[in-house]
Structures are given as C-alpha cells and as structure tokens.
Design a protein around this ligand. Structure first.
Ligand SMILES: NC(=O)c1ccc[n+]([C@@H]2O[C@H](COP(=O)([O-])OP(=O)(O)OC[C@H]3O[C@@H](n4cnc5c(N)ncnc54)[C@H](OP(=O)(O)O)[C@@H]3O)[C@@H](O)[C@H]2O)c1
Length: 289
C-alpha cells in the first residue's frame, strides 16, 4: 500500500483514482478544482479530499494528475498552491493528462529541482477504459522511477510501457492520435459510401471487420455512426486540442502529416455543426450534412 494523491477528477480521473483506492488498495487523497466532486469521490471511495494540490501532494509517495491541457497542468504543479510546493524529495509525479512533450520536459526539470521525479503518462482507452481500469499508459521518464510507478499505475491499466526519456510518453500519444485521425475519416467515408450504395451497413461491417479493414473504431463505433448518434465518447474539442499539439510538434520535427492536418480541419467543421462535445466518430455527420 502506497501513499498516493490524485489531482483532477474528471471523466477520466474520477474512476482512475477509484481504482487506485479499490483495486490498488492505496491510501488515496484527492483534489479537484470544483471541490464538490472531490467530496463526492471521498464519500464514495472512503479517501480524503484536500483543498489544494499542495495540500494533496504533501507527504505522498506518488502524485497523479489528469487535467485538461498544458496550462491546467502547470497550474496544479508549479502554480500557486501547486503540488510542487510540497512534493517530497524522492516522490514520483505521474501525469496522465494529454499534453505537449515540451511541458513534460519542463516539469521533469522542475520536479528534479525538488529532488522528485516526473513521468509523463498519457492514456488511451477512453472513458470506458478508465471506468473498467484497462487503459493503455505511455510513459516518458527515468527507468528507476518508472519501475517504482508501474505497479501502482497498473491499478487502472492493462498495458503500461516506458517509451523513452521525459516527453516520450506524450510523443507516443501523438502517434496514437495521428493513427486514429485518418482511420476514423476512412471509416466515416466507408459507411457514407455504403449508405449511398444502398447496402446494409451492419451486414457490411459484420463481414469486413473480420478482414484487413477491421479496427477498434470499426468494432466499437460503427453501430452508433450508422444510427447518427454522437452524444458520448471522446469529444471533438479534446481531439482538436490533441491534434493542435501533434501539428505543433510536427512543425518542429519536420514530419509530414497531410491527412492529420486535413482531418483536423474536418473536426473544425464538426465543431461549426455544433458537435464540440460529440464523439470523434462524428466525422460522418459532416459528410451527411
Ligand atoms: N475523455 C477521454 O476519453 C480521454 C481519453 C484519453 C485521454 N484524455 C485526456 O485526459 C485529460 C482529462 O480528460 P477528461 O475527459 O477527464 O476531462 P474532463 O472531464 O473535462 O476533466 C478535466 C479535469 O481537469 C480539471 N481541471 C481542468 N483545468 C484545471 C485547472 N486549471 N486547475 C485545476 N483543475 C483543472 C477539471 O476540474 P473541474 O472538475 O473543476 O472542471 C477536471 O477534474 C485530457 O487531457 C484529455 O485529453 C481523455
């Protein structure tokens, strides 16, 4: 049993912190900007709610975070009343936010100045993956800190990998999002074409999902896409935030991402249709408008 804090009880963080308490059996203190959510979590799981990140992080061996973007992450770490004000020497900060590789390197150095460790550890698997504790976690940081953190992270994960030094977890998550962007557009075009051709989409997917075209998106999203339902899942706003990070990194490293850049613009059109909170499979709605 370890002493653990968790900062950010959103769609992802709330169940992840719950798994650390229930499945991991750890002593968990939570912090959430909207305090009522932290109180609700503490009542549900029997942990402690702290008023600030600094208070939550004090005396902990592991401090987790899952907030929105780079600035949110800076705010709960190096901001006023941030976790780095109190983080113990030797403690390990594990960041599950999808953020830039740049902020990961910056916070790795800031944690190091306090004698603490920082691991960027973005996740894949969505809300269902968080609720079922089967996320994929892509880590960047030092091997020694990773080896200590891995068994704790495993409370909410099915796969935990060290991808390289600080920032490598975020770079891997960028690859994950690049692969998803083009794939979802392809799936949307396939279903759109199938409908125009007058075919039974369920029947088509039933057959082709067993062949080379099969994918997680096809298995898990074709039914809702076919029904035009998008009010759930991984929000278009979040995907645009992620693609913004990806395209900025590509401008730095010179990678050519023509399809990713195009799909990012398609998502802007989905936002204009009112789909900011729709699932990313809503690329089909744009083709059908
Ligand atoms: N949802 C998914 O399917 C999914 C999948 C993979 C990765 N992710 C990534 O995981 C992260 C969290 O996603 P989510 O879906 O859990 O988001 P969410 O439901 O919007 O939750 C965001 C959390 O961050 C907190 N927060 C935001 N800005 C803050 C700030 N400046 N200071 C303190 N706390 C702040 C929020 O507090 P309040 O409660 O006060 O608003 C909330 O607890 C994002 O980086 C997202 O890209 C999400």
């Amino acid at each position: 049993m370890a002493k653990v804090a968790f900062l950010g009880l959103g769609v992802m963080g709330y169940p992840m912190a719950g798994h650390l308490k229930v499945r991991g059996g750890h002593d968990v203190t939570v912090y959430n900007r909207t305090a009522a959510k932290a109180e609700r979590w503490a009542a549900e799981f029997g942990g402690r709610a702290a008023a600030t990140p600094a208070e939550a992080a004090k005396g902990q061996e592991f401090v987790f975070a899952c907030v929105g973007n780079d600035d949110d992450l800076r705010s709960v770490t190096v901001g006023t009343d941030g976790a780095f004000e109190t983080i113990a020497s030797g403690a390990i900060f594990i960041d599950n936010t999808t953020a830039s590789a740049e902020v990961a390197r910056e916070l790795y150095a800031a944690a190091g100045a306090k004698g603490a460790h920082f691991i960027d550890a973005p996740v894949s698997g969505g809300q269902a993956g968080a609720e079922n504790g089967v996320l994929t976690v892509m880590c960047g940081g030092d091997a020694e800190a990773f080896d200590k953190a891995k068994p704790v992270i495993e409370a909410y994960a099915r796969m935990v990998g060290l991808m390289g030094p600080a920032g490598a977890g975020q770079l891997t998550k960028m690859i994950n999002q690049i692969c998803i962007a083009g794939l979802v557009q392809g799936l949307a075009e396939g279903i759109h074409f199938g409908k125009k051709a007058g075919l039974d989409i369920e029947n088509v997917i039933d057959v082709i999902s067993k062949g080379a075209a099969g994918s997680w998106q096809m298995e898990n999203r074709h039914k809702t896409m076919n029904a035009g339902k998008y009010d759930f899942g991984f929000a278009v706003d979040w995907m645009r935030k992620d693609l913004d990070i990806v395209l900025a990194e590509a401008r730095r490293n010179g990678a050519k991402l023509p399809v990713t850049a195009l799909v990012d613009q398609f998502y802007a059109e989905v936002q204009a249709l009112g789909g900011s909170r729709w699932d990313t499979s809503s690329l089909l709605a744009r083709l059908e408008k």
